[in-house]
Design a protein around this ligand. Structure first.
Ligand SMILES: Cc1cc2nc3c(=O)[nH]c(=O)nc-3n(C[C@H](O)[C@H](O)[C@H](O)COP(=O)(O)OP(=O)(O)OC[C@H]3O[C@@H](n4cnc5c(N)ncnc54)[C@H](O)[C@@H]3O)c2cc1C
Ligand code: FES
Length: 250
């Protein structure tokens, strides 16, 4: 194991093992740890190619979930145990739960599920209830539902709901369809989410409608990761420093 470091320069880590999650997503476990908390991200570098941000699935050991959608992520998928991946970080502002919020919804769309399992694990001992809502287009696109199910088997105050747009698993529809009954019955104190912009915007609107504050992890194109280049500007904020998790009042 390498020491815990805040990494200002890309530092190589060796891949310990790789777990397939679905037809285009893997979980990659590296041989090191990092001092971070849920919602923060690292920059992963493949020398002479590119560098991209990824949420931390776990800090100890460093674990990433990578969905193969383009050139960089496909190259990461070609790596094998024993190969190296270079990391900088951790960066950004993650999730911060106010003590007053004890009934939470954790909502993940697509690979947005990545930081939420760790958030659930660290938050479960401190809250009254967590409803995890995992949404995807189809059953084959759902991620980490099995891992959340295992956690729910150990913690009776964790409930898992899944949604698919085509109805092939769970509730037919979107994550907001699963959340609406909880919102209308005032069963939630906070919404913690990560996923595509459209999903986050819908959750922000739902939160405002039912007076539920939200903490949403917004994705942006990132280059420096440290607030210099401006690539990740969003509504006057740089998401690599001020986010990716932004707190939205009810
Ligand atoms: C803070 C932050 C955290 C991130 N965390 C993760 C993570 O945990 N896991 C992860 O896989 N990616 C994550 N990403 C996205 C990641 O940084 C890259 O954008 C992604 O790997 C695609 O890079 P690429 O070069 O392979 O493809 P690109 O050429 O950048 O993208 C190819 C196409 O796919 C679209 N696209 C990008 N990502 C996805 C996706 N996951 N699903 C569907 N379409 C997509 C793009 O809009 C584009 O049209 C995160 C991004 C940010 C900003
Ligand atoms: S990535 Fe450069 S300012 Fe955020």
């Amino acid at each position: 194991m390498q020491p815990t470091l805040p990494l200002t320069l890309p530092t190589p880590f060796t891949i310990s093992h790789i777990e397939p999650e679905n037809y285009r997503t893997v979980t990659i476990v590296l041989d090191g740890q990092i001092d971070a908390y849920p919602g923060q991200f690292i920059m992963a570098w493949l020398p002479r190619f590119d560098e991209k941000p990824f949420s931390l699935v776990s800090a100890n050991p460093i674990t990433l979930m990578v969905t193969a959608v383009g050139p960089f992520s496909r190259l990461v998928h070609a790596l094998q145990p024993g190969d190296r991946l270079w990391l900088r970080g951790p960066f950004g502002r993650g999730y911060h739960r106010p003590a007053t919020q004890t009934r939470l919804a954790l909502v993940g769309g697509g690979y947005g599920v990545a930081p939420l399992l760790w958030l659930a694990q660290t938050t479960l001992p401190e809250v009254d209830s967590i409803t995890a809502v995992i949404g995807a287009r189809t059953a084959a696109d759902l991620l980490y539902a099995d891992r959340f199910q295992q956690l729910a088997a150990q913690h009776s105050h964790l409930t898992l709901l899944t949604t698919t747009e085509d109805g092939s698993a769970g509730i037919t529809g979107r994550v907001t369809d699963a959340l609406l009954p909880l919102a209308t019955t005032h069963a939630l104190d906070g919404i913690y989410a990560c996923g595509p912009h459209g999903m986050l915007a819908a959750l922000q609107t739902l939160g405002q409608q039912y007076q539920i504050p939200s903490q949403l992890s917004w994705e942006a194109y990132m280059r420096c990761g440290i607030g210099i280049c401006g690539a990740c500007e969003h509504d006057g904020q740089v998401l690599c420093l001020d986010g990716p998790v932004l707190a939205h009042a009810a």
